[in-house]
Design a protein around this ligand. Structure first.
Ligand code: KG4
Ligand code: ZN
Length: 348
């Protein structure tokens, strides 16, 4: 059976992603981001994101088709993120996908954004022809501006278990908020990363959220970053009141270390508890060099193999959505009926 040609639409946050795959082969991955429009607000504004998707979708689809050198009629299926994410933003993608599927008479696949992040890892040739395919089971840690989730993946198409997630801010959101606090521009992740390079990660001992024995009983795999953000705010306030100069590099490095420590500790705890010697990383925060370094180092010590897809597939994109649908098609999954909507809290 020939491999299915699938167009994927991703609009769950501020990236309008259109991807085209043939089976596991990536043909195009176009991304239009409205990040600049959110910069002056210091975070993604849902209404602004939704409007931007509406404007960006058509040109992005045309660009993707051009890059892949295929036409809409060639497609075997349309795929779209139906959740989780920002409701209004999701609705734009879902509406467009339904319109395309109906007008073209093609099957439509509604897929889960988080599972899509896992599917990013199977797309060739971005991963290099010699890279081994994703092996199961694996633990997956997905960290972005919109989510922070830990999953146990036994099979991409049939068996993905959510182990835990953030109970308040996402990790990327914490980076963005702390950057703002330190007077750094949005998005804050890369800024904190840059400033922290000259800082001492041990200078200030910031709290590790949900890591006390009493928290672990109920929240072993959950994350919390709002207490950390408040701790940084208090520390800076105190220093200001005392008339001290703020050691921005040390604050940034210590904050970054606290986030990374919790992420890596909990991900490796899941690997150990579940007897799974593999860890897949995904989401835009994976761009953080220190996170990759600490994860690789501590995983190696624990005998866990780490996989990190190329960054263009780690951040939100349509290719991973198309790739997941191609896997679903290969596994014999029937298409979705048109009776689905956008579900901002869609479970895996
Ligand atoms: O996956 P992504 O591109 O999309 C959304 O979540 O919308 O992730 C963006 C997030 C932002 O919060 C940004 O500050 C964070 O990822 N980020 C980083 C770094 N680069 C981007 N966080 C920490 N360190 C970085 N180097
Ligand atoms: Zn995402």
């Amino acid at each position: 059976r020939p491999e299915p040609l699938v167009l994927g639409i991703e609009t769950s946050c501020d990236e309008t992603g259109i991807g085209i795959v043939r089976g596991r082969t990536l043909l195009s991955n176009t991304i239009a981001s409205s990040m600049d429009e959110h910069a002056r607000y210091g975070g993604v504004v849902p209404e602004v994101a939704a409007r931007a998707h509406l404007e960006a979708l058509q040109p992005a689809i045309e660009q993707a088709l051009g890059e892949a050198q295929v036409s809409l009629q060639d497609l075997d299926a349309i795929a779209v993120t139906s959740g989780p994410g920002l409701a209004g933003a999701l609705m734009v993608g879902v509406g467009a996908a339904k319109g395309l599927a109906v007008s073209l008479g093609k099957p439509l696949y509604a897929v889960n954004h988080l599972v899509g992040h896992i599917a990013a890892d199977i797309l060739a040739p971005e991963n290099g022809a010699d890279s081994a395919p994703l092996e199961y089971p694996t633990i997956a840690l997905l960290v972005s501006g919109g989510h922070t989730s830990l999953l146990h993946v036994r099979d991409l198409t049939t068996d993905v278990e959510l182990l835990g997630e953030t109970v308040d801010d996402a990790a990327g959101e914490a980076f963005d908020k702390v950057a703002r606090l330190l007077g750094l521009p949005y998005p804050g992740g890369p800024q904190i990363d840059r400033v922290a390079a000259d800082g001492d990660p041990k200078a200030i001992r910031f709290p590790r959220g949900l890591s006390k024995a009493s928290d672990l009983a109920k929240h072993r795999y959950d994350f919390s970053f709002s207490g950390l953000k408040t701790a940084v705010a208090r520390w800076v306030e105190r220093a200001e009141v005392a008339g001290e100069e703020i050691p921005t590099a040390d604050v940034a490095a210590s904050f970054r270390e606290a986030v990374i420590d919790v992420l890596v500790t909990k991900a490796l705890a899941a690997c150990a508890d579940r007897g799974v010697p593999r860890l897949l990383l995904g989401g835009g925060v994976i761009a953080n060099r220190r996170l990759r370094e600490v994860a690789l180092e501590r995983a190696a010590a624990a005998g866990v193999a780490v996989r990190i897809p190329p960054l263009s597939l780690c951040t939100d994109n349509g290719a991973m959505i198309a790739g997941l649908a191609a896997e679903l098609i290969a596994s014999g999954r029937p298409p979705s009926t048109l009776a689905f909507g956008a579900d901002s809290t869609l479970p895996v």
